[in-house]
Design a protein around this ligand. Structure first.
Ligand code: SF4
Length: 422
């Protein structure tokens, strides 16, 4: 039996894919090693053939060691690609999202826009702070799966400047139709939140996208009130692992300097201040026992937040690059649990327009994994009705707050620059 689109997405995350030399990736998004390094795969869009969703985006591992023995093989050309499973000879048609023209452009300060932000699925990801300070300790306290300390300043600009970020956001909005920008920045002590404020203010003022912030949690929760007042639409908290021993082993910096409890309390606080489904708790599946990950999913959804569950990837260059990726059956069970918990706790997943995250199995992708019963259909009808009702709210929040005459406009800025239009 062929896999459905979500099952294929999960299996690709677990097994990776080979790309034969003769298969040209012309025009496809380049494999980019930015931020924590999770986007190091090939972006593919898998048609679902289902009324639940048109396409699923996945950033498929292709450079990690385990991908070299994958049964999945990319075939075809720009006229039409497919992923062939050599075990069964099933061929799954896929689309390779194209590299946007703005990647090759420079901001008016001369910074290449792809070094400012990258598309991961349909949203723009920007690492706004200096390198996470966990990398500066001796011995290093970095999370063992992460490569931020090797990517920021190499594959992407070391320091992000507000004007560059605004122009890149504008270009991504105008040309790639993004609706959401995700700002993250690792650990910076108490400075991190203050560093992110000018970016939020400028994006809301000049571009008007939905803005998400992901930073290690602050001890003083009033900083979240300030960010909500500035217009932040979404917070995510990377707890990663729920088992205290696994947390300490894989995330030594977070364990020593912050602690699991603060992650959970900050998530609870923000979830109590924002609408249901506006806050997420981020987990990594495939390291600690599966039942522990499922308990974390239950904990996150119980406060009205949604779980963003990343399938562990032994990223090249990370301390864990020689670890094995998790098993498909375990990951399918976890993702089905995500949808089940979101349904039972009435989390309105998939509400915001055009946000498809390629690094994780989106909670609404997981609708393809669960039984079709009365509970399933009533949840699907409920969240679709909410999406229609919420649309005007989102469009209002995506309007720039500043006066037109005061806004930084990407098209005008870009056309002034000699290297524009590459
Ligand atoms: S907090 Fe951990 S995952 Fe985040 S940037 Fe720092 S080392 Fe990487």
């Amino acid at each position: 039996m062929p896999l459905n689109a979500c099952e294929l997405e999960i299996d690709l995350f677990c097994r990776g894919m080979r790309i034969p030399e003769e298969v040209s990736l012309e025009g496809a998004r380049n494999i980019s090693r930015t931020r924590a390094g999770l986007g190091s795969g090939l972006e593919v869009a898998i048609p679902t053939g289902s009324w639940l969703k048109r396409e699923i985006y996945a950033n498929v591992p292709v450079v990690e060691a385990f991908a070299s023995t994958s049964p999945y093989l990319l075939a075809g050309s720009a006229a039409g690609y497919r992923i062939v499973d050599e075990r069964s000879a099933h061929a799954y048609p896929v689309r390779l999202p194209q590299v946007p023209h703005w990647y090759g452009r420079q901001t008016s300060r001369g910074v290449r826009m792809s070094e400012v932000g990258v598309l991961q699925g349909t949203y723009l990801g920007i690492y706004v702070n200096p390198v996470c300070t966990f990398w500066n300790y001796k011995p290093s306290l970095n999370c063992r799966f992460c490569t931020t300390g090797k990517n920021v300043g190499t594959a992407e600009a070391a320091v992000k400047v507000v004007e560059d970020v605004v122009e890149t956001c504008w270009a991504a909005r105008e040309e790639s139709g993004i609706t959401f920008v995700h700002l993250n920045g690792g650990f910076q002590g108490t400075r991190a939140i203050r560093t992110v404020e000018p970016f939020v203010r400028a994006i809301k003022q000049h571009v008007g996208l939905l803005v998400g912030v992901q930073l290690t949690p602050h001890a003083d929760f009033s900083v979240y009130d300030r960010l909500i007042d500035l217009g932040v639409d979404h917070f995510s908290f990377c707890l990663e692992l729920f088992d205290p021993e696994w947390f300490e082993r894989i995330c030594p910096g977070k364990a020593r300097m912050i602690g699991q409890d603060r992650f959970l309390r900050a998530m609870d606080y923000c979830a109590s201040r924002l609408p249901r489904g506006a806050v997420s708790g981020e987990m990594i599946a495939g390291l600690e026992p599966i039942d522990t990950t499922i308990a974390a999913i239950e904990r996150i959804t119980s406060v009205g937040a949604f779980p963003t569950v990343c399938i562990f990837r032994p990223t090249v260059g990370s301390d864990m690059e020689s670890w094995a990726p998790p098993a498909y059956d375990d990951m399918r069970r976890v993702m089905a649990a995500v949808h089940d918990a979101c349904r039972r706790h009435r989390i309105p997943i998939g509400l915001a327009p055009n946000i498809e995250v390629s690094l994780v199995v989106n909670p609404d992708d997981a609708a393809m994994l669960v039984d079709r019963n009365v509970g399933f259909y009533s949840y699907e009808i409920w969240r679709r009705a909410l999406r229609v009702l919420a649309a005007p709210v989102f469009w209002r929040r995506m309007r720039p707050a500043g006066r037109r005459s005061e806004r930084i406009s990407a098209p005008r800025t870009l056309s002034r620059h000699p290297s524009a239009g590459s």
